[in-house]
Design a protein around this ligand. Sequence first.
Ligand SMILES: [Zn+2]
Length: 234
Amino acid sequence: MRNVIIILVIFIIIFGLQSFNNKKDLSNFNNTNQNIENLIIEEIDPTEIDDWRLTLVNYENKLPDDFKVELSNIDKTRQFDSRAINDLNKMLKDLKKNKIYNVWVQSSYRSIEYQTNLFNNKINTYMKKGKTKEEAENLTLQTINRPGTSEHNLGLAVDFNYVDYNFEKTKGFKWLQENAENYGFILRYKKEKENITKVNYEPWHWRYVGKEHAKKMNELNMCLEEYIEYLKTI
Ligand SMILES: [Zn+2]
């Protein structure tokens, strides 16, 4: 009987030790998991802006050559990003409701392929006139954006009317300045932001960013470049 008790005590001690070790292993395991989690969190930039409405396209941020977007028709020849077309149509409709009938979309989505052809044809024309490749490219860049660097390639920008500065004097422009944010649109290239956007003031060019962002950007008086930097800090 005594032997049996001694054996039992030994068993209890052995099992006790094993279960203690298991717990230790488990806590190590948990720690390791925690470390992996921390690593993952560190690797993902929490301030990365991942909102299709805020895609930045400019001289520094080029769209990939194979960029594709689902499009819907504004009319027979013009197209816009399908996710935003309802807001654009509503804005155009409400302009008319407010008796402003002389605002129309002149230019909207342009494929990168189309822009590439346009760009290369212009370079070739200059080269045929005796310019070097570099000269021809610089001359071309005065009027045509490098393919992939135009917001029109993105499908979220519209140019109104004759794409000239007279648009600024229209009732439509005034209405857009006051109301476009309610439909998610901003005046993308403002005069006072030329040093940041590197694009001359364009009263005719309006960009979709969504209602919340449009209102916030106007409130803060920030262009898209500034706003994206601002979002990274909050
Ligand atoms: Zn434009």
